[in-house]
Design a protein around this ligand. Sequence first.
Ligand code: BTN
Length: 250
Amino acid sequence: MAEDLATLIKTGLKTRFIGREIIYLPSVTSTMDAARDEALNGAAEGTVIIAGEQTAGRGRLKRRWLAPEGNISLSIVLHPDTKNLPYLIMIASLAVVKSIKRTAGAAGQIKWPNDVLIDGKKVCGILIENEMRGNNVAYSVMGIGINVSLKVNDYNEIAQTATSLFADRIVLIRALLEEFDVLYQKLPDGNVIYKDWRNNLVTLGKKVKATWGKQIIEGVAENVDEDGALIIRGEDGTLTKVVAGDVTLQ
Ligand code: BTN
């Protein structure tokens, strides 16, 4: 059974790098840990780890990520150039938007930096963990979690803010890997990816509250840099660049 899911996804998978190797783990703490282990053992570019369930799924800012059986929980091992690191999050969120459109007909929007929303509620979270050796990337692990057939009302912590898709998990994963692969191959020209990502951001032009560390700023999300940073115009007219943090739409 374990091989079956990986084999089913690979059947007819049209990719050059992503998912040429797929490892399915019925139950794992986090696919981030399993993918890191694979990377340390020399896993090829694009190796994908998929979990049946995660018992300790993690999100950004040390948050817990709910990932029961039925959800999509996967991590991809990548070996990007350091200069391309900012584009990876853009590629992942765009691949999610394109694949849920293609397979479920759903219109996803990206909330800076890397949440995908449907009708204002979160359907997907993305986490990247990079291991640097000097100035080079030893490996990156790209984690993607998509809520599929998840009864969000059963979980108090996400009941108000999350949503879930009805979709064929295998078809959606295959589409996701294919969209990721196409975008990843565009990487020498990151500007194309940046523009596509920018066009899909729901955040721009909205009143936002951004928090990072102990800092809070309120204002209008005016733009995003090509390195992925959010530029907020505060009420006093000053511009602040937010590189990492949490943003709520007001
Ligand atoms: C977030 O929104 O905070 C990011 C959530 C990332 C969840 C995915 S599920 C697959 C991978 N394994 C994890 O433990 N986390 C990521």
